[in-house]
Design a protein around this ligand. Structure first.
Ligand code: SAH
Length: 344
C-alpha cells in the first residue's frame, strides 16, 4: 500500500527528500502545507517545484478522511464519524468552551479494555490507528474549528481506545502535533488519558515531553477498581498509584486523576477516606466525571447534590477536585459514549 505522508516525522521526510535528490529544507515547507495551511493534496503546495509535487503524488497518500457523519450538539460540540480505508469507523470531537477549543481524538479502532461503564469497549477492539490516522483527525477538527473562527487550543486523547496501548504511533503523532513546524500545540495543552498501563506510564516519563497525563482511576481501592476496570487485575490499584508517584517525581508534572461518579458505586463516603489515603504525597488533582448513561450497563448518575457533597468532602480532606461539565451529550459525544453505532 502507498504510505501516507502523515506517517513521517519531519526528520523522516527530510531523509526521503534526500533519497530522491530534493533539498531537505522542502520538508519544512511540506510540513507547513499539511499541518499549518490545511493542504489536503500536493497540488496545493505552490512553492514546491512541480516535479517534486508529481513525485510526492506518486510516492505518498495525502487526502482527507471520508466523513461518514458529522453531528453538532446544542452546546456547539461537533462529533465526526470517519470511515477509514478498511471501513473501520472512528470518532473525533470538537469541544468549544469559553476559554478553549479542544479536539478529542481516538487512538484505536475499538477498545480492548472493557471498562464496565464505557461504550467504547462494547464492540471489542479492531486495531491500532496509525500516526497518520491520529494526526488527520486533528487536521479535520482544526479545520472545523477555524470555520467557526476558533483556533484549536487543546488536544485530549480521550476518544476511543487506549493511547498508551498504541505507544509508538501516539508518540510520533504527539511530536507532530506539538512541533512548531507541525500543528504547533503546546505540550501542556495536550492531555494523554490512560486506563493505567503501568509500564507505559514509566516509559512516558522517560520521553521528556511536557504533556499532561490523566489517569482513569474510577475506583478508590483495589476491590472497587476491580469491579469496574478489568485492567486492574493486571495493573492493580497500588501499583498504578506507585507508578504515578514515580512519574511525578521524575517529571515534576502534576497528574490528573479522572474519577467517574456512579451512584452508590464510586460516589460514596467510604471512597473519600480511601482516596485521601492513596493520594498522600502526590501532586495531583481530581477530575470528577458524572457518569454518562450507557444503556448496556444500568448504572445511575448521582444527583447534583450528591456529586457536590462528594466534591466538597474531597476538598475538605485536602484533595483538589472539580466536577467536569458533560458536553455533547445529546449527540452521544460525551465521555465514554463514543462507539461504533453503525457497526451492528
Ligand atoms: N482509554 C483512555 C482514554 C479514553 S476514555 C482512558 O481510559 O483514559 C476517556 C475518559 O472517559 C476516561 O476517563 C473514561 O474512563 C471516561 N468514560 C468512559 N465511559 C464513561 C461514561 N459512561 N461516563 C463518563 N465518563 C466515561
Amino acid at each position: 500500500m502507498t504510505p501516507d505522508i502523515r506517517d513521517l516525522s519531519l526528520e523522516e521526510l527530510a531523509a526521503y527528500l534526500k533519497s530522491v535528490a530534493a533539498e531537505p529544507f522542502r520538508a519544512r515547507q511540506i510540513f507547513q502545507w499539511i499541518y499549518q495551511k490545511g493542504a489536503w493534496g500536493f497540488d496545493a503546495m505552490t512553492n514546491v517545484p512541480q516535479e517534486l509535487r508529481d513525485r510526492l503524488e506518486k510516492d505518498f497518500i495525502l487526502k482527507p478522511n471520508e466523513i461518514a457523519q458529522k453531528v453538532v450538539s446544542q452546546d456547539g460540540t461537533t462529533k465526526f464519524l470517519f470511515d477509514l480505508h478498511d471501513h473501520e469507523k472512528i470518532e473525533s470531537v470538537l469541544i468549544p468552551t469559553k476559554t478553549r477549543t479542544t479536539a478529542c481524538i481516538s487512538t484505536q479502532a475499538g477498545c480492548k479494555f472493557g471498562c464496565k461503564f464505557c461504550a467504547s469497549g462494547i464492540g471489542g477492539w479492531s486495531r491500532n490507528l496509525t500516526c497518520a490516522e491520529i494526526v488527520t483527525q486533528v487536521l479535520h477538527v482544526k479545520q472545523e474549528a477555524l470555520k467557526q473562527q476558533r483556533p484549536l487550543t487543546n488536544i485530549v486523547f480521550m476518544g476511543t481506545g487506549e493511547p498508551l496501548d498504541n505507544f509508538s504511533n501516539l508518540m510520533k503523532a504527539v511530536r507532530i502535533i506539538n512541533s512548531n513546524k507541525g500543528i504547533n500545540i503546546g505540550a501542556r495543552h495536550i492531555t494523554i488519558s490512560t486506563v493505567g498501563v503501568v509500564p507505559k506510564i514509566r516509559e512516558l516519563a522517560q520521553e521528556g515531553l511536557q504533556v499532561e497525563l490523566a489517569i482513569s482511576l474510577h475506583g478508590y481501592d483495589n476491590p472497587s477498581r476491580n469491579v469496574l476496570m478489568p485492567v486492574n487485575k493486571k495493573y492493580p490499584f497500588d501499583e498504578l498509584i506507585a507508578a504515578c508517584r514515580e512519574y511525578v517525581r521524575k517529571t515534576h508534572r502534576q497528574i490528573t486523576f479522572e474519577y467517574i461518579l456512579i451512584k452508590d458505586v464510586t460516589c460514596t463516603v467510604h471512597a473519600v477516606a480511601s482516596l485521601k489515603k492513596a493520594f498522600k504525597g502526590i501532586i495531583c488533582k481530581m477530575n470528577l466525571i458524572p457518569y454518562n448513561p450507557v444503556s448496556e450497563f444500568g448504572h445511575q448518575t448521582p444527583s447534583r447534590e450528591e456529586m457536590l457533597e462528594f466534591r466538597n468532602s474531597l476538598e475538605d480532606s485536602g484533595v483538589h477536585a472539580t466536577i467536569r461539565t458533560p458536553r455533547g451529550k445529546d449527540v452521544n459525544a460525551a465521555c465514554g459514549q463514543l462507539r461504533h453505532l453503525q457497526k451492528q
